[in-house]
Design a protein around this ligand. Structure first.
Ligand code: F6R
Length: 242
């Protein structure tokens, strides 16, 4: 795993954004795997500004997101569909039919998981997957204990994940209890992965990823055996590792 050490959140967003733009420009029909949450927002702002200033085009780019809550009504501002539209898609020249997010309201969620897994293959696999990391080491919504050979599946969200995400909702009771997520094996199939981390809250997880053992108890450790992972982390996220 390669590490790019940056000073703070702004710097992390700029470094990751710059690398992404270079890749998009050299492969304008690439498939990007995208994440939600607080971590990638600055990177998305960088991509939007670059699109405006330098006309980097997303006309032929496809995106596929890691996860979506189950049961949030269509158009709910906390759904990852809305998050992606507001924070990225509506500000680029991307074709909305080329953006894919699991349907957390599908009638048959098992069929939806299988459909999504097939879709990843059909669009040619993921060229570059962007990941954040949970304080408990989750990637996507793959909580501790998830099998490393898992494919897109339904998860019971860990209580600490619901608490962490409750900052976006009115109360913890409003945070969904379940989600659909790409599995660990689906993520590991990506040809390249950027894992972004900012802030002291992520320091323990980053230290564990860099020095810990390969274990399903710590989902991010699955990345240790991937050939092309870059961690872009700021000083605060690297404090325990130092
Ligand atoms: C979101 C996702 C999650 C987040 C993680 C960190 O699509 O896959 O794994 O990346 O929960 O969230 P933030 O960035 O809000 O700290």
């Amino acid at each position: 795993m390669k590490i790019i050490r940056v000073s703070n959140y702004e710097d992390m967003s700029k470094q990751a954004g710059k690398l992404m733009v270079e890749k998009i420009r050299s492969n304008p029909s690439m498939v990007l795997g995208l994440a939600t949450g607080s971590t990638p927002i600055g990177v998305y702002q960088y991509l939007i500004k670059d699109h405006k200033d330098n006309s980097t085009s997303y006309k032929n780019i496809k995106t596929i997101n890691l996860d979506e809550y189950i049961g949030l009504p269509f158009g709910d501002s906390n759904s990852y569909h809305d998050f992606m539209k507001n924070n990225l898609f509506n500000h680029l020249d991307i074709q909305h039919e080329n953006t894919y997010i699991p349907n957390g309201n599908a009638k048959d969620l098992d069929i939806e998981c299988a459909r999504y897994e097939t879709l990843i293959q059909e669009i040619g696999g993921i060229d570059l997957q962007i990941l954040g990391i949970g304080e408990n080491g989750h990637i996507g919504f793959n909580e501790p204990g998830t099998a490393f050979d898992s494919r897109t599946h339904i998860v019971n969200l860990a209580e600490n994940t619901r608490v962490a995400n409750s900052r976006f909702f009115q109360s913890i009771a409003d945070v969904p209890t379940h989600a659909i997520t790409m599995g660990i094996a689906s993520i590991l199939d990506s040809r390249e992965i950027f894992l972004l981390a900012s802030g002291v809250k992520k320091a323990q997880a980053i230290a564990c990823l860099m020095t810990g053992k390969w274990s399903e108890d710590f989902p991010a450790s699955a990345l240790m055996h991937h050939k092309n992972v870059t961690i872009i982390a700021d000083e605060d996220a690297l404090t325990v590792f130092d």
